[in-house]
Design a protein around this ligand. Sequence first.
Ligand SMILES: Nc1ncnc2c1ncn2[C@@H]1O[C@H](COP(=O)(O)OP(=O)(O)OP(=O)(O)O)[C@@H](O)[C@H]1O
Ligand SMILES: [Mg+2]
Length: 357
Amino acid sequence: MSLLTHPNARELTKSVRATVLVFKDPRSQELLSRIERLAPSEANTLIIGETGTGKELVARHIHQLSRRGREPFVAVNCGAFAESLVESELFGHEKGAFTGATNAKAGWFEAANGGTLFLDEIGDLPLNMQVKLLRVLQEREVVRLGSRTPVPINVRLVAATNVNLADAVVAGNFREDLFYRLHVATIRLPPLRERPGDILPLAEFFVEEHCQRLGYSRASLSPESERKLLAHSWPGNIRELENAIHHALLVCRQQVVQPGDLHLVDMRPMGVRVEEHALPLRLPAAPPDLEAALTALFEQNIPELYEHIEETVFRTAYRFCHGNQLQTGRLLNISRNIVRARLEKIGELRRSDAAQI
Ligand SMILES: Nc1ncnc2c1ncn2[C@@H]1O[C@H](COP(=O)(O)OP(=O)(O)OP(=O)(O)O)[C@@H](O)[C@H]1O
Ligand SMILES: [Mg+2]
């Protein structure tokens, strides 16, 4: 099975729009079966993946497939609130708990009671909130700000992160005990470039979906466009693909998307990029001992250092070529006339020899 339809996903979804999950690549299919096995368990789940890989979509899917499917699904972005507000947002507050708390309010945990709480960007949770979250998970009750009465809660937690939480633990930005509590069940969503078999099925899915939205009868991708989609690295993953298709449909002619309609930006550094075009010629980096030798010279504070280095280059090359000016010129990729002039200047070549070779 590779296409799944949520029965009432349209009402549920806000930031996530797809009601269908496309999982065609063998890696994705394997992942899907893991998600399906994990979903009915009550285990807290951590979803790890780059931006736009579908973390929220998968969180909703887990919820749908669990026994909690008819109960609320509450999605909260931990990075979206000022530090001072996170606590009352998560755990709620009583009337008068702080200036401006004119009414009592239930927090997200209570709102999700019976269902699933999705904590997105969990790595952004301030450290003092991490302590409180851990306590809630252990004791299965929340205490609203300004109250002393604990409220029992029955919530399954699904958290997501696009940063490596293990690194955050090492750096002291994430509590190790909370990390292990969340790490019980983990789902790693691979970036789109590592599941190329999903690219075209997703592209076709978005073409169809956006055609409906835009009121077009239908549109298609030219074979060259398909090749371009397959060759791209997708740093923004599925969201980037969806945006690229949306834009292409707006600008394409006769409802056929051509490569020129697809605006794809590759943000990876030069050198690691595999392009449709040949890589530009690049000089290799200087070998480490050359750099070390130069550094040693810089430390000696030698007068006219640059001239000295240039002389050394010419002299060494000339000797390496057994005194042959033509070959020296080829080795250094400069003209023989220049070689001769330099050799003369540094006294490596007597004037009488200058006419030779
Ligand atoms: N397997 C999929 N099939 C169809 N659509 C998908 C799939 N995965 C993701 N999408 C779509 O791609 C977009 C990005 O997905 P989602 O918001 O879940 O990603 P995310 O990992 O939470 O991203 P971010 O890290 O930026 O929050 C959404 O519009 C979603 O509907
Ligand atoms: Mg998200």
